[in-house]
Ligand binder design. Structure first.
Ligand SMILES: CC(C)(COP(=O)(O)OP(=O)(O)OC[C@H]1O[C@@H](n2cnc3c(N)ncnc32)[C@H](O[C@H]2O[C@H](COP(=O)(O)OP(=O)(O)OP(=O)(O)O)[C@@H](O)[C@H]2O)[C@@H]1O)[C@@H](O)C(=O)NCCC(=O)NCCS
Ligand SMILES: Nc1ncnc2[nH]cnc12
Length: 289
């Protein structure tokens, strides 16, 4: 079911992609129990976030995602004018998010990742394999938007301090955390019959085993990042979130990350990217265009 399918006229491609992106964000927010993140149980390591705010934020981004997909359809190739059009829509999306949340950053990384992916999918509607979409998104991310402000963001501070590439590099490399870890784990856990919610949790954990999450680094340094990566690996090695041993480990990881104030917000964004790519590919399998 999609958030905006209430109108009677058939939806265009850009609208359907925006629906899929918003759905992926809402499904990520709802997924529970996620370690130290906002979910149905509560606010995790965040004092300024809650589930209703995550939903409202996701819904506020629909016009920006639609605009990005439309720009890709209209400009129809990977070049600077498209990259800069995406930057404008992305900044417009950030403004809408901040108005909706009263100034709280809920989805900055997600606007970037899902925006690029939505545009990449709209560029070539017949080519929706996850790897192909991510590769086009990477080529877009490699173009330098001349109008992008360069604030000393948390990500930029962490990049200077620890020499990690963060959200920008993850996109420029074609979303390896999603393509190599999240998506294969999602599909493996589904194939083992673990149930959709457990498969999504396992995909999040698989992303957490590898990601240099700048949110975690900013809040909890390298010790926090190690705790996130090692703890996520321990859950998967114990059998994943569908097993009793894995659930016990997941509970321990939740407590540990809460103690460290280490929220894996970047991994959460990339889980949403993973769900989006999975659905775009499934739409292709069903012959949608
Ligand atoms: C290119 C940008 C993504 C800017 O990147 P930069 O690193 O400079 O900026 P940040 O503001 O730090 O945002 C990056 C967000 O990306 C997520 N993330 C973190 N690590 C990774 C990773 N390795 N790979 C992918 N994604 C990652 C993460 O987002 C989540 O965390 C957010 C909360 O973070 P923060 O504000 O630090 O919050 P708190 O710790 O809670 O702070 P306090 O409240 O405690 O103070 C949350 O929003 C999640 O989404 C990082 O935060 C891009 O934004 C950009 O250039 N935009 C310009 C517009 C544009 O061109 N758009 C293109 C449209 S396609
Ligand atoms: N569920 C979540 N909790 C906290 N930060 C997030 N950023 C994106 N999704 C998030």
């Amino acid at each position: 079911m999609h958030a905006f399918n209430l109108q009677s006229r058939p939806l265009g491609l850009a609208e359907r992609l925006a629906d899929l992106a918003v759905d992926a964000l809402i499904d990520e927010a709802d997924l529970s129990p996620k370690p130290a993140l906002v979910d149905r149980r509560g606010s995790g390591a965040h004092s300024d976030l809650h589930l209703g705010l995550m939903h409202a934020s996701a819904l506020s981004l629909w016009p920006a995602f639609k605009d990005m997909a439309e720009a890709a359809q209209q400009l129809a190739r990977i070049h600077l004018p498209l990259r800069e059009a995406l930057g404008r829509s992305g900044r417009e999306g950030e403004r809408a998010m901040l108005v909706t949340t009263g100034g709280v950053n809920t989805h900055r990384g997600a606007i970037w990742a899902l925006g690029l992916l939505v545009a990449a999918a709209a560029l070539e509607p017949g080519s929706r394999a996850a790897g192909s979409v991510a590769w086009r998104a990477a080529r877009l991310a490699l173009l330098e938007d001349r109008h992008a402000p360069r604030p000393l963001s948390h990500g930029a501070q962490v990049a200077q301090r620890y020499g990690v590439g963060g959200a920008r590099e993850e996109a420029q490399q074609g979303f390896p955390a999603v393509l190599q870890w999240g998506l294969p784990q999602l599909r493996r856990s589904r194939a083992r019959g673990h149930g959709e919610q457990n498969a999504r949790l396992d995909a999040l954990l698989a992303i957490m085993t590898r990601l240099a999450d700048t949110c975690v680094l900013y809040r909890a340094g390298e010790a926090g990042l190690r705790a996130m990566q090692d703890g996520a690996r321990a859950v998967l090695e114990a059998g994943g979130s569908a097993s009793l041993a894995g659930r016990r480990r997941l509970h321990q990881l939740d407590l540990q990350l809460l103690t460290l104030n280490a929220s894996p917000g970047g991994a959460a964004d990339l889980l949403a990217a993973c769900l989006l790519l999975d659905r775009i590919e499934a739409a292709a399998d069903q012959g949608a265009n």
